[in-house]
Write a protein that binds this ligand. Structure first.
Ligand code: ADP
Length: 238
């Protein structure tokens, strides 16, 4: 069963054709890295999935539901960007609980869930702090906690580690991978970093010029690239 599906998706910005005709089926519970050079259309694809933009043609499905025309809040997704977008005036606990609060979850339920995700991300001791009192890695953990607090069907990440230094990026790669293995959500992870994609994902979808070049497990992308572009991009040129 696939829980995220792009069906013949075209996206134009004026005369610019950014997605040609994207067909992509991500199996349930899998971690997919959407990999490609800057400008190939990765973020555009993710924004269409999130409902932040509409396709010019084609359809988008999440968990068997045609969500093409739905508002972001009705799509059962959570998103983490490279800038953490935490609310500076709120505590860590309030930041994490915000998606539940706006949906009217009672305080007791909120508190239990905040405690649960904070424990998973090992930030239980930071709940009373404000974002400015946190390190970069701690902020990223808070953003992840806020994203998973609602048990979304799909978990979308756009270059979430690109603002972190090299050492922290390495640590967070492992953390995000473990976190996604624990969750039942299907994960779509946008990156231009081959190593990140190949080491973190169950499946890698390589894009170039608005078109999908190949989707396969990391080892197959590396050992059996579909074409010269994929081979060169993942560092195993013919
Ligand atoms: P990637 O995430 O792979 O770096 P993007 O999806 O951000 O690529 O962008 C793909 C192309 O679409 C780029 O040429 C970019 O300039 C263009 N683009 C993205 N968003 C818009 C927009 N809102 N208006 C016009 N052009 C856009």
């Amino acid at each position: 069963m696939s829980s995220v599906l792009f069906k013949s998706v075209v996206k134009n910005f004026g005369a610019l054709n950014v997605l040609r005709s994207l067909d992509l089926a991500v199996p349930d519970h899998k971690f997919l890295a959407l990999l490609g050079p800057s400008g190939c259309g990765k973020t555009t694809a993710l924004r269409l999935l999130a409902g932040l933009d509409m396709p010019t043609a084609g359809k988008v499905f999440i968990g068997e539901r045609d969500v093409t025309r739905l508002q972001p809040r009705d799509r059962d997704i959570a998103m983490v960007f490279q800038s953490y977008a935490l609310y500076p005036q709120m505590t860590v606990a309030e930041n994490i609980g915000y998606p539940l609060w706006i949906r009217g979850t009672p305080e007791a339920g909120r508190k239990a869930k905040i405690g649960e995700v904070a424990a998973i991300l090992e930030i239980g001791h930071l709940l009373d702090r404000r974002p400015r009192q946190l390190s970069g890695g701690q902020r990223q953990r808070v953003a992840l906690a806020r994203a998973i607090v609602r048990d979304p069907a799909a978990f979308l990440m756009d270059e979430p580690l690109s603002n972190l230094d090299a050492r922290l990026r390495l640590t967070m790669r492992g953390e995000i991978k473990r976190l996604c293995q624990r969750l039942s959500a299907t994960t779509i992870y946008v990156t231009h970093d081959q190593v990140e994609a190949l080491t973190m994902a169950d499946l890698v979808a390589v894009m170039h010029g608005g078109e999908l070049q190949q989707m396969a497990p990391p080892i197959d992308i590396y050992d059996r690239p579909a074409n010269r572009f994929v081979a060169t991009f993942v560092g195993n040129p013919p």
